[in-house]
Ligand binder design. Structure first.
Ligand code: M6P
Ligand code: ZN
Length: 202
């Protein structure tokens, strides 16, 4: 007997079908689908303490979605040697003069690195090392960004459409948001005279 290889079947050496839960990515948007895809949504109400202008943040509709992340988490979060995959969809918009952005984080295990790959839209990847030196990399469709160990990372949408990007990181990295909430990044990506500008914090 022979079996046919389809997108929903994996064959073993005996050419019989093994149970397989198909997953896929739609390349124009980065949207993930299939077995085990989870989704996390961040609304304005969940972004307290992230943007510099809290008054402007409170004036916005609190239920507005800033970004959502689709996740493939094939192993528990403390597994050494595994990998996680995610697609983030970040809406366009401003809080005061600051672009809609992700919360940003260091990895809890500091020596864990990560890849971001832009699918659509225009963005800035804001990076900060442990000496609080901050820089920004431009994100456009196809751009690949290697985030080294010990570097905090956050993405701002500087365009007028949804910015989507794929991320891949070690499953035991963890997210250290507390350091960012405590001290922030040392610079912010703001719209100054209509142009994205990295502005140092006072
Ligand atoms: C990427 C990855 C995720 C992260 C998400 C949103 O998909 O880096 O680990 O959760 O972006 O970023 P943040 O958690 O900083 O809001
Ligand atoms: Zn990360």
């Amino acid at each position: 007997m022979s079996a046919t290889l389809t997108s929903h079947a994996v064959l073993n050496a005996e050419n019989s079908v093994i149970n397989y839960q198909a997953k896929s990515m739609e390349f124009t948007t980065g949207a993930l689908s299939g077995a085990g895809v989870n989704e996390v949504t961040q609304t304005i109400s969940q972004m307290s303490g992230i943007f510099r202008d809290e008054v402007a943040l409170r004036a916005l509709n609190q239920s507005t979605v800033i970004y959502r992340v689709q996740l493939l988490v094939p192993v528990p979060g403390d597994t050494e040697g595994g990998l996680f995959l995610g697609t983030t969809f970040l809406e366009p918009g401003l809080v005061g003069d600051e672009y809609f952005m992700t919360k940003g984080h260091f990895h809890s295990i500091r020596n864990r690195s990560e890849y971001y790959i832009t699918i659509s839209g225009a963005g800035g990847l804001v990076l900060m090392d442990e000496n609080r030196t901050t820089w920004v990399e431009p994100m456009s469709p196809g751009s690949i960004h290697y985030i080294p160990a010990c570097v905090a990372h956050r993405v701002a949408n500087i365009g007028n459409s949804v910015l989507s990007f794929i991320a891949c990181w070690p499953s035991d990295s963890g997210h250290d948001y507390a350091s960012i909430l405590g001290c922030g990044f040392s610079a912010r990506l703001r719209s100054i005279h209509g142009s994205p500008t990295l502005v140092s914090e006072q």
